[in-house]
Structure formats: C-alpha cells, structure tokens
Design a protein around this ligand. Sequence first.
Ligand code: SF4
Length: 321
Amino acid sequence: MNTEKQPLIQVKNLSKYFHINKKETLKAVEDVSFDIYEGETVGLVGESGCGKSTTGRCIVKLYNPTKGTVLYKGRDIFDSKNKNEKLEYCKNTQMIFQNPYSSLNPRMTVKDIVGEGIRLHEKISDKELDDRIESLLKTVGLNRDHMSRFPHEFSGGQRQRIGIARALSVDPKFIVCDEPISALDVSIQAQVLNMLKKLQKDRSLTYLFIAHDLSVVKYISDKVIVMYLGMIVEQADAVELYKNPLHPYTRALLSAIPEADPNIAKNKQRIMLKGEIPSPINPKECCRFVERCSYAKPVCHESIPTLKQYTDGHAAACHLL
Ligand code: SF4
C-alpha cells in the first residue's frame, strides 16, 4: 500500500527509557519503526504498559526519544532548530487524550480551551474567533451556548467532543488518538468512533489510533501494529492481520474479541494468556513474551526475535516463525 509515496510520518528505531535510579531503567519503548501515509489510520494495539501511549507522545513531541527519531514529510522533528518549522509541526500534529475528565483544564471555559491553539497560531479578531469556535463545536455535535460553560458541566462523551474540537482547532494534518473512547460509556463509544471516521473523510486527516482492544481497531484502521512490552511483535494491513495472525500474542488478543454470530462463537476457542504483562524495568535480552507464551522453546530465552517480513507488509517477531 502506498509504496511509492513518501510517508507523512516515519518512526525510526524509536526508543524511550525512563531512568528510575542508578540501577533501574524502565524501557517503555524499544527500537520501534513504522510508517504512516497520508489519509490512512494506523492502529497501535497492546495491553496497558506496552508503550503505545509513550510512542504516541514521542510523535507529538511531548517526550524526547532516548534513541531513534521521527520524520514528518521526510524532516527530522527533533533536529529542527527553525522556530517556524517547529511551530508548523506542532500545528499539524495534534493529540486526542484518553481521559476527557483530566485532559481539559477545569478552570477554562470551552471557548478558551478550543480557542487557545487558534490564538497561538493566528492573528484573528474576537468575532472571527467566536465564529470559528462555534463552527468547530457544531462539527463535533455541540453548539454556541456551550462556549461559556466549564468542563464539569458536561458528560464524558461531550467532554471528549470538546477535546476533539480542540485538536481540530488548528486544522491539523495528523492526529494521535490515544484511546479516545476507552473512558466512555459503551453507548457513546460508537458515536465518537463514527464521528472520527467522518472527520477523517471530510478533513483528509491521518490518524494513529491507539487502543488496547483489537475489535475497535479493526473498525477504524487500515494497518495494525501490535506492541508487547515496548516492542512491535507484529504489523500488517488490517484485513491481513485479522485473517492471518502470525504472532502468538496477536492470536491471543484476537481470540478475546467477542463474536456476535452464535454459530461462529460456539466454535471459537479463547487463548488464555498466563499471568500479567511483566515489568518493563530492566527487561531481559530475550523474547519479551516468553513468560506468557505456550509455544516457548529454549531459543526464546536466548535472544530477542527480530521483526521479519513474511508477506508484503506483514511482519512478525517470533523465533519459531
Ligand atoms: Fe513465543 Fe518464542 Fe515466539 Fe516469543 S519467540 S512469541 S516465546 S514462540
């Protein structure tokens, strides 16, 4: 897919470590590489603590990487000394946060929250600003009356809509959606997901969609990347990944998706993973899934498996493949 075009975002050998003390290092992300092309949605999936949000935060420059880098339209975002280039990148890449309760400043009105970015990037009259905010609120299903209210006056779904309006306010090209529906009621999740899909079509947006649930990612993604304990274990086009999962971890995640059709459900076998995701502090130099994998062999304890291409665009990291 899109092999001749330059990717909009290129994540290259990205690692992010947090040094806890002299002896302990939390390796949140380790040597992660992937491309995101204009107009596509890449789903980034894994359990809590697998490094997916840290990867997203590095891409929007909330964190500086320990190793590796991120390119935007071929330019290194961490290398630029040019102030205008840095501002342009911040404008073009936005983030929708997981928790709509903590990601909005409770002391700011909706008008200030949504208008803050516009004021920073543009010289605009008060009247134009009000009109722009009203139009953004309409786009996300709110209205002008909401402008003077504070976040605590809204439901969770409405707060996430305010967060989406804030992300859209500076007309970005790329948005990191960090588990945007996981804190919402199930009844609201589909509404927000459909809205994100419509916005992508109307505004030619590109998404990195972070989730712990493969069923949500299936609905929205063109390409899916599965992470485990800071590393990519599998990546493929969405249809290919769901049809032909290779890595034992991906297969376990897929088996956990509830099946609506009772005839298929009765034949479906759930793969139960042993234990919890291990600590990312000083991880061993072996397959990071080894303690939970039912196929583990001695070789799995000896080295980290590399991510190998199996079919066009389908890669997995497992010694036994
Ligand atoms: Fe399991 Fe070994 Fe493959 Fe790791 S490398 S996923 S432990 S079989």
